[in-house]
Design a protein around this ligand. Structure first.
Ligand code: SF4
Length: 225
């Protein structure tokens, strides 16, 4: 199992932000920290990824060797400067999802905080996967990762994306008829790879390596999607 940095204070802070409770009082913060600590014992983070060329196509982009269409303006904008793209599937595993179900049966209030901690934890696992991808394909530069259901990238892309990565065989990840991922706390994402440094279009200027020299930012504009 790969090592992930489960910094419980960071996970708790992220979870509270997802819940719209950033800056919450000490009681809720302590509850989120406890949940983040307890859940670490249940997480079995694993991921798989696959690389392909990426080409413009009518109304979006395509990964030709996987025969995968990424329709919409988001994919065109994120991958327009990229020669290649990686498809990523990352999961905290079935034990983690089962623990969340147990907590939901016990207390709804506890379950809401735990669920948000799970979301923050799977994003931390994706960050770790991204480090591996960056090292594997250096010196190419990564775009921000973006997922089906975000912007105008349709949720139904979950199905061909997970199939392309062989996520069921490698990770036990399946997609429901309504395009939800099983087990819970599984994320799919697309990451572009470019010869040039890429703006932080999803995360914003504060995270962007180009911010010191960016003319858009100086004019008070942004390339953010
Ligand atoms: S506007 Fe400039 S600084 Fe902000 S994310 Fe885009 S490239 Fe980066």
């Amino acid at each position: 199992m790969p090592a992930v940095n489960w910094d419980e204070e960071r996970i708790a802070a992220e979870a509270l932000r997802y819940l719209g409770a950033a800056g919450a009082g000490p009681e809720l913060t302590a509850q989120a920290c406890r949940a983040a600590r307890e859940l670490q014992a249940w997480a079995e983070p694993r991921w798989a990824f696959r690389l392909d060329r990426v080409l413009p196509a009518a109304g979006g982009m395509t990964l030709p060797n996987m025969n995968l269409a990424l329709p919409g303006e988001l994919a065109s904008r994120m991958l327009g400067d990229c020669e290649k793209a990686v498809l990523l599937v990352c999961t905290l595993g079935a034990r983690f999802a089962a623990r969340l179900r147990q907590l939901a049966a016990r207390s709804m209030a506890e379950a809401v905080v735990a669920d948000a901690c799970g979301s923050a934890m799977v994003e931390a696992a994706c960050d770790r996967a991204e480090e591996e991808i960056a090292a594997r394909y250096a010196p190419l530069h990564l775009t921000d990762r973006f997922s089906p259901g975000y912007g105008d990238l349709p949720l139904h892309v979950q199905a061909p994306l997970t199939a392309a990565v062989e996520a069921e065989k490698l990770l036990g990840v399946t997609v429901t008829d309504s395009f939800l991922l099983n087990p819970a706390k599984t994320v799919t994402a697309v990451i572009g790879l470019s010869q040039r440094p890429q703006p932080a279009r999803v995360r914003g200027c504060a995270h962007c390596n180009l911010r010191e020299s960016c003319r858009l930012r100086r004019k008070g504009e942004s390339c953010a999607v």
